[in-house]
Design a protein around this ligand. Structure first.
Ligand code: FEO
Length: 170
């Protein structure tokens, strides 16, 4: 049986992942309304990944005998000054998520819950990738600025991103 402190932290995290999905979907809507369907696609795929993370953690709680508790999902920021500002927010948000994941890993160690520690390692690794991708995007958009030709090119590239569920059984 999982300790209450750890169940609460994982519970907060699955709700935080659903908030991340809201945040990215709202960013996707912003890009879509500017006419950048490819950038909107990239952000919508990001939102689907966050839903998958949330649901994965929620299932883990059930597996460990804890009752998942659904919280209110805060309304995300809906408008931005620019696409550059969107990707700066993506980066700062992912850095924040890394802190949350690291706190859970530390708690699992303190509680000597090796199963939970092992479970959360997937997210520790995932955050390395999430931050690297977010940094890459933030740099790209800072260089692109409002150059229409470069925006057209990156919009076409980001339109190719497809969602694959990282937890799908093959
Ligand atoms: Fe669920 Fe973007 O980390």
């Amino acid at each position: 049986m999982i300790k209450d402190s750890l169940a609460k932290a994982l519970n907060d995290q699955f709700n935080a992942e659903y908030y991340s999905a809201y945040l990215y979907l709202a960013m996707s809507a912003y890009a879509d309304r500017l006419g950048y369907k490819g950038i909107a696609n990239w952000l919508a795929v990001q939102a689907k990944e966050e839903m998958a993370h949330g649901t994965h953690i929620y299932h883990y709680l059930l597996e460990r005998g804890a009752a998942p508790s659904f919280q209110d999902v805060k309304a995300p920021q809906a408008s931005y000054e620019s696409l550059q500002a969107v990707f700066e927010k993506v980066l700062s948000h992912e850095r924040h998520v890394t802190e949350l994941i690291n706190q859970i890993a530390s708690l699992a160690l303190n509680e000597k819950d090796h199963a939970a520690y092992n479970f959360i390692q997937w997210y520790v690794d995932e955050q390395v990738e999430e931050e690297a991708d977010a940094e890459d995007m933030a740099v790209k958009f800072s260089r692109i600025g409002d150059n229409p030709g470069l925006l057209y090119t990156i919009d076409a590239q980001l339109g190719m991103r497809q969602f694959t569920n990282p937890f799908a059984k093959s």
